[in-house]
Design a protein around this ligand. Structure first.
Ligand code: ADP
Ligand code: AMP
Length: 215
């Protein structure tokens, strides 16, 4: 199964993707994670992307689509893919069609996480992840069960993203509205879009997504 999780920054895409990975053995393909890894490693892609990401603007379509193709080639043909943060433009949506077709994959669901924009700044500025395993948390909405210790791997180091500040969030939201939200009709025409209330509790959102995957 191949699915897209669509929604503005902070909608809960990464949180839900991590749960689907654990529960269904699917693979999360987050272009944001791939780009952050490239920045950290200092690769040519990372050097090109760093400043763009710090501003909250979009990295070029060619770069992210190439990353997605490489990741798909590195995983088993039978492993399901969860696209998280990709596609973000009409050109990326078109590339994804070609990338999937070339690999004999079919897009089954586009799940839109519907959220109240006013909630997003709080979600994003409170977000942190385990430095060891990458599990996501929130200062208020999803704290580790034991303070300072990761539920998943027991790690005690956590990190915050440099672009998770209010000013950059505003730019990221504007980019979403201008370039990403307009791609929804492409998938609506195909009858594969489902909407989920992303303002519900994290567990309830997961349950709603699982119902869609079973349908
Ligand atoms: P995205 O990947 O869409 O940018 P995340 O999954 O990283 O968003 O979620 C952003 C922050 O909001 C995280 O800190 C996460 O713990 C928290 N969060 C995710 N889903 C919910 C929810 N349904 N209710 C409250 N907080 C949430
Ligand atoms: P994310 O982790 O999805 O919030 O993405 C963080 C940043 O990486 C974005 O603000 C963009 O600068 C860049 N990025 C991630 N995915 C894409 C994409 N599909 N297209 C363009 N830029 C992206």
């Amino acid at each position: 199964m191949n699915i897209i999780l669509l929604g503005p920054p902070g909608a809960g895409k990464g949180t839900q993707a991590q749960r689907l990975v654990e529960g269904h053995g699917m693979r999360q393909l987050s272009t944001g994670d791939m780009l952050r890894a490239a920045v950290k490693a200092g690769t040519p892609v990372g050097l090109q992307a760093k400043a763009v990401m710090e501003r909250g603007e979009l990295v070029s379509d060619g770069i992210v689509s190439a990353l997605i193709g490489e990741e798909l080639d590195a995983m088993g043909a039978d492993t399901g893919a969860i696209f998280d943060g990709y596609p973000r433009t009409a050109a990326q949506a078109e590339s994804l069609d070609a990338i999937l077709a070339e690999r004999g994959r079919k897009l089954e669901h586009v799940i839109e996480l519907d959220v109240d924009e006013d909630a997003l700044v709080e979600r994003i500025t409170g977000r942190f992840t385990c430095a060891g395993c990458g599990k996501g948390y929130h200062d208020k909405f999803e704290q580790p069960r034991l303070a300072g210790t990761c539920d998943k791997c027991g790690g005690t180091e956590f990190k915050r993203r440099p672009d998770d500040n209010e000013e950059t969030v505003r730019t990221r939201l504007a980019e979403y509205r201008a370039k990403t939200a307009p791609i929804l009709p492409i998938y609506e025409e195909r009858g594969i879009v489902s909407r989920v209330n992303g303002m519900a509790d994290i567990d309830d959102v997961t349950r709603a997504i699982e119902r869609i995957l079973r349908s």
